[in-house]
Design a protein around this ligand. Structure first.
Ligand code: ATP
Ligand SMILES: O=c1ccn([C@@H]2O[C@H](COP(=O)(O)O)[C@@H](O)[C@H]2O)c(=O)[nH]1
Length: 242
């Protein structure tokens, strides 16, 4: 294995991936596998911040499509991310990792409130630090929360761990002939309207020079490879880096 390249990263985990083989909720085997994926990185001393999605439980847009008030649905979606965060914390702790959950929406009995300086302190002490409840605002996504928190805690890279092995020229789930990029610029992701991340999160990363990597978390060892700077999916870069 090559040397560790990144000392502090923000890992965005798909909520949908937590379902495993189920159609809803959390398959306990998935947090366990994630713990096994993250532990070598934790033990190697890389500081790991995490944002997890909520798509396995609720998305505000789906609620709105069914006639619900959008902001109300988004609040439910943010609470879904808290459930996922607590599930991950429980599993990570059982796997010997120190872990804290910080919520963008105050719920002090079950999670610390998100305070940027405290978050950085947790990371400096080597605790896996999970940022729950998205940005705390409706009309956003956890991808945008991940971009925001990555910038706030001075992460070196935003790693989007998902169910696809990178960014394609079309959604590979609906276009089996789609072609994967090894690298692509932020502008190109936005221009082509590629949906692997929402445009707000891509723009935020671009404006703040936050590198993005997208890879398939279902490949064992992929997180450590990414931490070592190996090419494991797609990297989003500036024009002059291509
Ligand atoms: N051009 C593209 N390249 C790669 N994936 C794409 C593209 N367009 C759409 N996708 C889809 O984006 C999804 C990746 O994001 P993910 O499932 O992590 O979604 P999310 O909304 O961030 O997660 P969550 O489940 O937490 O709500 C894949 O399911 C993939 O099918
Ligand atoms: O800042 C945020 C983040 C999320 N939401 C709501 O939560 C769900 C789940 O997040 P995903 O990114 O889709 O996994 C999302 O659909 C929004 O409804 C939010 O309102 N604000």
């Amino acid at each position: 294995m090559s040397d560790i390249r990144y000392k502090r990263v923000l890992l965005k985990l798909s909520g949908e991936a937590l379902m495993g083989g189920q159609s809803f909720g959390i398959d306990p085997a998935v947090p366990q596998r994630l713990a096994e994926e993250i532990r070598p990185v934790y033990e190697a001393g890389t500081q790991v911040a995490i944002v997890v999605g909520g798509g396995n439980i609720f998305r505000g847009l789906s609620g709105a499509a069914a006639g619900m008030d959008r902001a109300q649905g988004d609040n439910m979606g943010m609470l879904a991310t808290v459930i996922n965060s607590l599930s991950l914390q429980d599993c990570f702790e059982r796997n010997g990792m120190d872990c804290r959950v910080m919520s963008a929406i105050e719920m002090r009995q079950i999670a610390e409130p998100y305070i940027r300086r405290r978050a950085i302190r947790h990371l400096e002490k080597g605790r896996v630090t999970i940022f729950a409840a998205g940005t705390g605002n409706p009309y956003f996504t956890t991808d945008t929360a991940a971009a925001l928190r990555a910038c706030e805690v001075n992460a070196e890279v935003l790693m989007k761990a998902t169910n696809v092995d990178g960014i394609y020229d079309a959604d590979p789930k609906t276009h089996p002939d789609a072609v994967r990029f090894d690298t692509i610029t932020y502008r190109e992701v936005l221009r082509r309207d590629l949906k692997v991340m929402d445009s707000t999160s891509t723009a935020l990363c671009h404006d703040n020079k936050m590198p993005i990597m997208v890879f398939d978390i279902n490949h064992p060892g992929v997180f450590m490879k990414a931490i070592c700077g190996e090419s494991v999916g797609t990297t989003v870069v500036e024009e002059d880096e291509q």
